[in-house]
Design a protein around this ligand. Structure first.
Ligand code: ADP
Ligand code: MG
Ligand code: MG
Length: 943
């Protein structure tokens, strides 16, 4: 029977939907485009089968069945059973064995697969269809009873764990099946699974079944159909298990998506020495280098490679030699203990290379491949776009443009902006003293320190208490996801570059060192020791990981700023810059930050806060003198001391940003922030200023506010104490004139905070302009400058047209605008924000990602009204949202001129802005042309 006809037949007979998609034998009903319906795994298996690659035949039950299952009290659509039976027939036909046949049984794998890979989901069940009868058929067919019992013991173990749910009872207890396995090894005096005899394995099967009987009061199901439907049900059931739910929450994956189930004929990597199983990456997902790489195990099955139970061998000779060099082994030792696939099975290696090439050209992206070799024949079991570090993502993307696989647009859209964050992680200070404890595999870059914890729950609890931790495990499993998320970094003793710990860390952008074999981890005593050195580290002690070298250090090693200046990064960012319309500036208060920001590509400063300058060194004394002054004259005397110091700061910042605009915000916080708080500090200051402590106390009490956020701050200070803003304007202008005379191009933008009324800005602007004119006249030089305002009080957004009449620019201060629009104090929100996030009232933290439908509406209103009143009004955003990709996208849509964010987020914002422009299909967007490098034309006030 032809597969296509067959499926058509099923459809007419049941008049139903198609719930089952078959693949194999060079054909497939589905393809990669159906990944929403078949899951990533099922869709790509179909795609590979369609390409004529060697894929064991199988069928995928769609995600719609999962949706149906939850909508109908965990039951299936009527048509399903018939469609599964038909799909099974087709597999049997291609393979030439029958499911449940005691003479020549077909064995199956049952695999879960959501649209995106989800490590929190059900594990795979292999060798399904084995029972006390069919095993005889397997023995007869293979002539290898050891193999048959190896399959059976794996099947009972996986089924018992995954489908029947026999798990460890506490967090210190090991897996109960593994315990039996380890006990048997000890009794036999062997070390590896591969050393078990057929009889040992037969005994294990019996002991596993007895364990299930004993713990669960269940007889292990012998009926293959019951086994199959049990496994299918377990996959659908696993969609809502706690790990899957946690993972979805972390990764923002909608619960409605559901999972698909793939049922596939088994191929066997455990049938002897010419069999193997492995994982390969078409490129190096840590560095991006164009080198096929990966791990494999001879005579092994399925999860052995990923699970880290045996340390796998390298696929390429080069990698195998690298490992030998790292472990200090001779070439002879290497060849004897872990030869590469390239050496052991050159034919399969060549075939793998060829398939890797085909897949890359077909998918136009680097692939993460799972394969199995049976009797020297290579089978493909999975392919997907591999999780990679930011450095690898950028390099692979740029290389693929150069290889002609993708164009620059595709390249710019391919890297997630948030991922660039990893590029910008600090590195260990090379000059700092360090004590190296051990070295493992560099699985995911970054340099992080934290207290050692040994369980995911401990990691989570510590992180919730605000502590930094490193999660140390023998190996990780999907149960550890929440702890990995909470930890700064992950360290494992076992597993390779393709282990769970490595894959998940890279996906999370988290620093990880894996396979650190020198570690002996003792969960019970909550410590690890380093073999050969006698060093012991207990839970709670600090260690530092360097994820790009795989090194582990004792204590907290200091870090330094990263340098993302690779050729690929530059090329990539230059493409991004070509597509974006939004300018990107940085929030920087010091010349150092300004330089860092410029190096990251900032096109100016969007927010320079001046209050930090008030705290530095001795100036706090002058500031306090100013606050304590009884009258204007006294305040001016104190301010006269501050002006030259502030001027010095501005000179440094202007110089660092020469030729680019610098927005300086006049004093914003309430004055009591500058006064001492404790009695001791008050006594000290009283002595220093020779004023009675009583007067200081009285001043502090007088300045006390019930709600400082809404108190005497921002432009309200300028209104009450005009001399403060005048002094700041003077410092800014004197600095600007001094540099202008020295030939440095300076573009100051003076920003008044917390304006809500046009009158406030009008009055302050007049004073600022007066001072600036004075300074310019005395200095004999003209510096064009602008005066504008923050939009952070909701009223300002509402009356933006009126305010625009007095402003050259607007800058949305979205931190305060969010606080005031939501009536939510950021400092107090911590107590209930988690509830609001967990219960879905806030889709995300409104202080991290802009509340587009609320605060966003105010922004749009202010842009519209502001530009209506003044068409050349320059508009930006300087809240922390300026570095959040979704918020940057919003700012693009809202027509802002620029975003401003912390220096380290500048590349993220540049990429997010480019992606926003590339995704923007409105005609308006296409008409926009980029303006000159220093931004839109300014309307200089007279100077
Ligand atoms: P995961 O999503 O955890 O990777 P998979 O469904 O890919 O789970 O299965 C894990 C491993 O099980 C595969 O990499 C492969 O080695 C093995 N496996 C799955 N299906 C088969 C099969 N039909 N024949 C042989 N091995 C299989
Ligand atoms: Mg797995
Ligand atoms: Mg897999």
């Amino acid at each position: 029977m032809e597969p296509q006809q067959h499926n058509g037949h099923a459809a007419t007979k049941t008049r139903g939907k198609r719930y089952v998609y078959s693949f194999g034998g060079g054909k497939a009903d589905g393809n990669a485009g159906l990944n929403w319906l078949l899951g990533g795994k099922g869709a790509n298996l179909a795609e590979m089968a369609g390409l004529g690659l060697p894929v064991p035949p199988g069928m995928t039950i769609t995600t719609e069945v999962c949706t149906y299952y939850y909508a109908h009290q965990r039951s299936y659509p009527l048509e399903l059973e018939q469609q599964v039976r038909a799909g099974l027939k087709r597999i049997e036909k291609i393979i030439g064995r029958r499911f449940g046949d005691p003479e020549n049984p077909l064995l199956l794998s049952v695999r879960s697969g959501a649209r995106v890979s989800m490590p929190g989901m059900m594990d795979t069940v292999l060798n399904l269809g084995l029972n006390d009868e069919t095993i005889q058929g397997v023995i007869k067919q293979s002539g290898n009873s050891r193999f048959a019992y190896d399959c059976y013991r794996r099947f009972v173990q996986m089924y018992g764990d995954v489908v029947l749910g026999l798990k460890p009872e506490s967090k210190t207890e090991g897996d109960p099946f593994e315990k039996i396995l380890e006990d048997k090894k000890a009794a036999r005096g062997i070390e590896l699974d591969t050393d078990f005899t057929a009889d040992d394995l037969g005994e294990l099967v019996a002991e596993f079944k007895a364990l299930i009987q004993d713990k669960l009061h269940l007889t292990f199901p012998q009926d293959p159909q019951e086994q199959l439907w049990g496994a299918i049900g377990a996959v659908f059931g696993s969609w809502n298990n706690p790990r899957a739910v946690t993972y979805r929450k972390i990764e923002s994956i909608p619960g409605e998506w559901g999972t698909a189930v793939t049922v596939q004929a088994m191929v066997f990597g455990n049938l002897g020495e010419d069999c193997a199983t492995g994982v390969a990456f078409t490129r190096d997902f840590s560095t991006g280098a164009k080198e096929l790489n990966g791990d494999f195990l001879i005579n092994a099955q399925g999860e052995d490679v990923v699970a880290g139970t045996r340390t796998p061998q390298q696929i390429t000779l080069a990698a195998s030699r690298e490992r030998a060099a790292r472990e200090g082994r001779s070439e002879e030792e290497r060849q004897a203990s872990y030869p590469s696939l390239e050496e052991r099975m050159p034919g399969c290696f060549a075939k793998l290379q060829e398939i890797a090439h085909t897949l890359e050209r077909h998918y136009k992206d680097a692939q993460d491949i799972e394969f199995t070799i049976q009797g020297g024949h290579l089978w493909m079991l999975q392919t997907r776009a591999g999780k990679r570090t930011a450095a690898a993502a950028v390099k692979i993307t740029v290389d693929m443009v150069h290889e002609g696989l993708i164009d620059e647009r595709t390249a710019v859209l391919r890297v997630a902006p948030a991922q660039l964050d990893q590029f910008l992680h600090p590195l260990l200070d090379p000059n700092a003293p360090k004590e190296r404890l051990a070295r493992g595999l560099p699985a995911s870059p970054g340099a992080v320190s934290g207290e050692v914890v040994f369980s995911a729950d401990d990691a989570e609890a510590a992180a919730q208490a605000g502590r930094k931790v490193i999660l140390v495990r023998v190996e990780t499993s999907p149960e550890d996801i929440h702890g990995m998320h909470a930890a700064q970094g992950i360290l494992t003793a076992r597993g390779g570059a393709t282990s769970h710990a490595a894959l998940v860390s890279r996906g999370m952008g988290k620093c990880a060192v894996v396979g650190c074999e020198a570690l002996e981890i003792d969960y019970e005593r909550q410590q690890f020791s380093v073999r050969g050195s006698g060093v012991e580290i207990r839970a709670g002690e600090w260690i530092t990981l360097e994820g790009s070298t795989g090194e582990v250090f004792r204590g907290q090693v200091p870090t330094r700023d990263p340098n993302p200046d690779t050729a690929e990064f530059k090329a990539f960012m230059s493409w991004a810059d070509r597509f974006r319309r939004l300018r990107v500036r940085a929030n920087a208060d010091t010349p150092h930050d300004a330089k860092v920001a410029r190096a990251f590509g900032a096109e100016g400063i969007g927010l320079c806060r001046t209050e930090h300058m008030f705290f530095e060194g001795d100036r706090i004394d002058a500031v306090r003198e100013m606050i304590l002054a009884e009258d204007t004259a006294g305040r001016i005397r104190a301010l006269d001391k501050i002006v030259p110091m502030q001027k010095g700061d501005f000179v440094g910042i202007f110089r660092a940003m020469a030729g680019l605009p610098v927005t300086i915000r006049l004093l914003d916080p309430p004055l009591h922030e500058f006064l001492p708080h404790t009695e001791e500090e008050i006594a000290d200051l009283a002595l220093k200023l020779s004023v009675p402590a009583e007067r200081l106390r009285a001043k502090r009490n007088a300045l006390h506010e019930f709600n400082p956020m809404l108190g005497h701050r921002g432009c309200r200070l300028g209104i009450t104490f005009p001399e403060i803003y005048e002094a700041q304007a003077r410092a800014i202008m004197e600095a600007a004139c001094e540099l202008a005379r020295a030939g440095v191009r300076v573009i100051p933008e003076i920003m008044v905070p917390l304006v809500g009324y046009k009158k406030e800005l009008e009055m302050l602007r007049e004073r600022i302009v007066r001072v600036c004119t004075e300074v310019a006249n005395t200095g004999g030089v003209t510096v064009p400058y602008t005066v504008g305002t923050m939009i952070e009080v909701p009223r300002a957004a509402v009356v933006a047209d009126a305010i625009a009449a007095a402003a050259d620019f607007f800058s949305f201060g979205t931190n305060d605008l969010t606080q005031m629009t939501l009536g939510l104090s950021r400092d107090d929100a911590g107590k209930f924000l988690p509830d609001y996030l967990n219960q879905g009232i806030f889709p995300q933290d409104p202080f991290v990602s802009l509340d587009q439908s609320g605060v966003g509406l105010l922004i749009e209103l202010a842009v519209r009204k502001g530009r209506a009143a003044r068409s050349d009004l320059k508009i930006g955003i300087c809240g922390e949202h300026g570095g959040d990709p979704a918020s940057v996208q919003f700012c693009h849509q809202a027509g802002l001129d620029y975003v401003s964010c912390s220096p380290y987020r500048v590349p993220i914002a540049r990429l997010a802005a480019a992606q926003a422009a590339l995704r923007d299909t409105t005609p308006k967007a296409r008409r926009v042309t980029r303006t000159s490098r220093v931004g839109t034309s300014l309307a200089p006030a007279t100077a």
